[in-house]
Structure formats: C-alpha cells, structure tokens
Design a protein around this ligand. Structure first.
Ligand code: 13P
Length: 253
C-alpha cells in the first residue's frame, strides 16, 4: 500500500511573516492526518526558516530545485550538500516551469535526479505534456521520454527512491484540472512503463498529480487507483485550502 503524499510547491511566493502564519495554521492538520505525508517546498531563501518552523511538526520540507554539480563556480546555484546541511528530505526536479522557462533538458533533469539520489535526497521527478502535445496525440511519447531519460541513466532500481509527479502543463495555474479519469490514465501509463522493468518497484512508486488541485477536486483525484497524492501550487498558499486537500488525502486511505 502506497502512503499518500501531499506536497505544497510555494513557487516564488512567501515572506518571513506569511510563512510563519501558514505553517502555524497547517500544524494541526498535519498532526491530524497521520496516514499521509505532508510536505512544503518554499523558496531556497526560506528553507532554514521553514525547517525551523516545522521542527516540532510532522511537516516535511522540500526544495524546489537543485544543482546537478557538487560545488564550485556555479553562481546562483544550490547544491545537494547544502540541502542536506538543512536536512531537506525532498527536492522537486524538472518542474515544467524549470523545463520551459529555464530550458532544463531531459538530460539535465536526469543528472539532477541522480545527484539527489547520490546524496540521499528524494527527488520528485516532474513530468507532463503541454496542451499542444496532448492535442496532437503526443502525450504518451512525451511522458515516456521524460521518464525514460531517468530510467536510462539511473536504472529502474532508483525508482524505489523516486517520487513522480504528473503535472500536465495545461493544468498548471490555469484552474483547468485534469479529470480524475485523465489523471488515472496517465498515472497508470507511467506505472506500466516502470512495470515493464520491475513490477514490484512500479507498484510501490508514489505518483502524485499536480495541476490546479484544490479543496473541491482533491477527493475525486485521490480516489483514483494510481493517484497517490498531490503536488499543489496556488492552493498550497492558503492554509484552509491546503488543509482540506490534506484531509481529502487522509480520507482516501
Ligand atoms: P497549481 O496548483 O497552481 O496549478 O500549480 C501546480 C504546480 O505547478 C505544482 O508544482
């Protein structure tokens, strides 16, 4: 049985004041939702603060990105060792905003996944197709190449340590969510891809859905057999909404 995971991706939002209020409001929910894991991914700048705020709660803290190199002349980058210094347990890798705005290739994403694994940080590998790709019938090919880039460089065994997040680009920040059936179809497709290599690992891999998850649609998404939780953007910034999403995951168990 896979344990549901609900992660908030705060993206480039937050402030010392707002983070404190948000974590304060989420603590009770995280305490109540014992059957699931709850995590938040603040900006690098706030990782220390949020780690401290979460020190006496079950809320995990993740980063939104990471460098594929160990250290040195990489101005503006943050290394896996730096994240480990702060005891950060998760890192988002290959978010579609990183792929589209910062030109991260499948190869770069795979390198980051490998570096995170080497350093003992759980990579949350984000995959997803654009609307154009979906409409032109390329959805499966796109998802497959994004997953295969990691399979080829890291091997199937690595997926015992990897979380996958399916985030259709057309559903991110648009208010247009994939239907539960659309999400299930892609999640099952991803799990089958992994099962071609190792059925046991495939059955244990956590696959999150992301893209306009909110308090109103979370329960029906989480009810799908292969949807193991959510990666939540906008709604993770509102305590009441994120709490309701966590409670929907808890109720799905
Ligand atoms: P929204 O929930 O705002 O659509 O963002 C999804 C996302 O990109 C999470 O990583």
């Amino acid at each position: 049985m896979r344990r549901p995971l609900v992660m908030g991706n705060w993206k480039m939002n937050g402030s010392l004041l707002a983070n404190k209020a948000l974590i304060g409001a989420l603590e009770v929910t995280a305490d109540d939702c014992k059957a699931i894991d709850v995590a938040v991914c603040p900006s690098f700048v706030y990782l220390s603060q949020v780690t401290e705020l979460c020190s006496s709660s079950p809320i995990h803290v993740g980063a939104q990105n990471m460098c594929d190199q160990d250290k040195g002349a990489f101005t503006g980058e943050v290394s896996a060792d730096m994240l480990r210094d702060l005891e950060i347990g998760f890192v988002l890798v290959g978010h579609s905003e990183r792929r589209a705005i910062y030109s991260e290739s499948d190869a770069m994403v795979a390198a980051k996944v490998n570096k995170a694994l080497e350093k003992g940080i759980v990579p949350v590998l984000c995959v997803g197709e654009t609307l154009e790709e979906r409409q032109s019938g390329e959805m499966q090919a796109v998802i497959e190449s994004q997953v295969r880039a990691v399979l080829d460089s890291a091997s199937i065994a690595a997926f015992a340590q990897i979380v996958i997040a399916y985030e259709p680009v057309w559903a991110i920040g648009t208010g247009e969510t994939a239907t539960p059936e659309q999400a299930q179809e892609v999640h099952a497709f991803i799990r089958n891809l992994l099962a071609e290599h190792d059925a046991k690992i495939a059955s244990r891999t956590t696959i999150l859905y992301g893209g306009s998850v909110n308090a109103g649609n979370a329960a029906e998404l989480f009810a799908m057999a292969d949807v193991d939780g959510g990666l939540v953007g906008g709604a993770s910034l509102k305590a009441a909404d994120f709490s309701a999403i966590c409670q929907a995951a808890q109720a799905s168990v």
